[in-house]
Design a binder for this molecule. Structure first.
Ligand SMILES: C[S@@+](CC[C@H](N)C(=O)[O-])C[C@H]1O[C@@H](n2cnc3c(N)ncnc32)[C@H](O)[C@@H]1O
Length: 201
């Protein structure tokens, strides 16, 4: 069996994220996760919410690790990864009630974040929910010194990365039929933001 990759941050934040997911997701819902990373979040959430179907996805290089977590979990409601790079157009025919992504918006370029919102807007049905977890700026300002330091370290690695401002994300949401409906303050100066797809289609 392949080794399961471990991200200490994912172990630290998974309980707090799960608490919000359990409030937000209805029994029987199907979720598409963008950027599953190691896959350990998916297994943790899927194990605590057996009535929810959790589809993992990421770029190809992460699939071996995600597969290792999913197969060793034995969970039938957590599905092996599909290849999903938001920069690459893809043809998804499956139906998802919810889309979720953690710690991706600051890793992706602004163009990739735009594509992610476009993808979410095109896939979610009316009233469908999009959850984005991570550090965000509010009104153009960092919410903590640690987020400012983190942003600097990201930009030192790659100028395309960086903490995104919620107002910009809400603008992207609005252009893709998504409206921010809730926002949860999370440990370590992170947020869990909820957008809802408008309309009935
Ligand atoms: C910091 S990791 C977060 C992983 C996991 N969600 C977590 O919270 O532990 C960032 C993830 O974003 C994914 N990612 C970056 N650019 C992407 C893109 N263009 N399309 C899809 N996923 C992308 C990476 O492959 C990686 O899995």
């Amino acid at each position: 069996m392949n080794e399961r990759p471990d991200a200490p941050a994912a172990r630290r934040n998974r309980e707090a994220i799960l608490e919000v997911l359990q409030q937000e997701i209805s029994h029987g819902a199907s979720v598409l996760e963008i950027g599953s990373g190691t896959g350990q979040h998916a297994v943790h959430f899927g194990s605590a919410m057996p009535g929810v179907t959790w589809q993992t996805s990421d770029r190809r290089q992460h699939h071996e690790g995600i597969d290792a977590w999913v197969s060793s979990s034995g969970l039938s409601n957590v599905l092996p990864p599909i290849e999903l790079d938001v920069m690459t157009p893809l043809d998804i025919s499956a139906h998802y009630d919810v889309m979720f992504s953690a710690n991706t918006a600051h890793i992706m370029s602004t163009e990739a974040v735009e594509r992610m919102f476009a993808l979410v807007g095109s896939l979610l049905p009316g009233d469908g929910l999009f959850f984005l977890y991570g550090p965000f700026n509010v009104d153009g300002a960092f919410t903590s010194d640690s987020n400012r330091d983190f942003d600097q370290s990201l930009r030192a690695q790659d100028l395309a990365m960086g903490i995104r401002d919620l107002a910009d994300l809400n603008r992207l949401g609005a252009s893709n039929g998504l409206s921010q409906v809730r926002r949860y303050a999370m440990p370590a100066n992170n947020m869990f933001v909820v957008w809802q797809r408008l309309g009935n289609e």
